[in-house]
Write a protein that binds this ligand. Structure first.
Ligand code: DGL
Length: 254
């Protein structure tokens, strides 16, 4: 069984890619909705929750864990790997490496939470590319709240998204990296705002979820825990530390 967790429904953007690739697996998804958002929470709190959620997922039979949250990965995955040496953890990382290769303007925009953007993990990763590439970062202010409300298109979503996306475009970014798993649910609105502000030009938007799903499959193959594709379709169990209806309703849409 594959365990997946996030602060809320954002991890479902990763889960939908995993399910496409591995439909016969069984899943348990944990949404820490009672504590969402993680973005501005103290490090110690996120590490504590990551350990508690890991214990829960393992107690339910998870054999591998996807930390489907950039913030929890940036802050807690190192501690998780140290504390559970027998368990493989698949974490998220803003896709700045492919973006650095693809950009024509030499400017890459990154949208993520405060926790991710100030983490050592992110800063060390970015430092490998800063000789040739300029990075402009912005917190997706209010994005997580929009997604949790299911309010991902329309005038309110557009005005919230514009506040964070326009500075990236004005700074010359031709690529935007989505460094938080909630943000892909706002893709349509991010695209619309980008088109309005860079008329006639394409802004590429990178969601790392498909690459994470492929990596998970490789690791499971390596560990010998992949189910045979001849098995029946798998099942999913959903858990939420808050109101389960938000998660259940969102799950139906992926
Ligand atoms: N979805 C999470 C991430 O990828 C957390 C967002 C939040 O709770 O602030 O960073």
């Amino acid at each position: 069984m594959i365990g997946i967790f996030d602060s809320g429904v954002g991890g479902l953007s990763v889960f939908r890619e995993i399910k496409k690739l591995l439909p016969e697996e069984n899943y348990i998804y944990y949404s820490d909705s009672a504590n969402c958002p993680y973005g501005e929470k103290p490090k110690e709190f996120i590490i504590k929750r990551a350990k508690e959620i890991t214990d829960f997922l393992l107690s339910q039979g998870a054999e591998i864990i996807v930390v489907a949250c950039n913030t929890a990965t940036a802050i807690a995955v190192k501690t998780l790997r140290e504390n559970y040496p027998d368990i493989r953890f698949i974490g998220m990382e803003p896709a700045i490496k492919p973006a650095a290769k693809m950009t024509q303007s030499g400017v890459v925009g990154v949208l993520a939470t405060a926790g991710t953007l100030r983490s050592d993990k992110y800063l060390n990763h970015k430092a490998k590319y800063t000789d040739n590439i300029k990075f402009i970062e912005h917190i997706g202010e209010g994005f997580v709240q929009l997604v949790e409300k299911g309010n991902v298109t329309g005038p309110e979503a557009e005005s919230v998204v514009a506040e964070s996306v326009i500075p990236l475009l004005e700074g010359g970014s031709d690529i935007i990296v989505l460094g938080c798993t909630h943000y892909p649910f706002l893709l349509e609105t991010i695209q619309k705002v980008s088109e309005q502000n860079r008329p006639g030009q394409i802004t590429q938007i990178i969601d790392p979820a498909p690459a994470i799903a492929r990596h998970l499959k490789e690791v499971m193959e390596e560990e010998g825990i992949l189910k045979s594709s001849y098995d029946a379709p798998g099942h999913t169990v959903l858990h939420s530390s808050g109101d389960p209806t938000i998660l259940e309703n969102f799950f139906k849409t992926i």
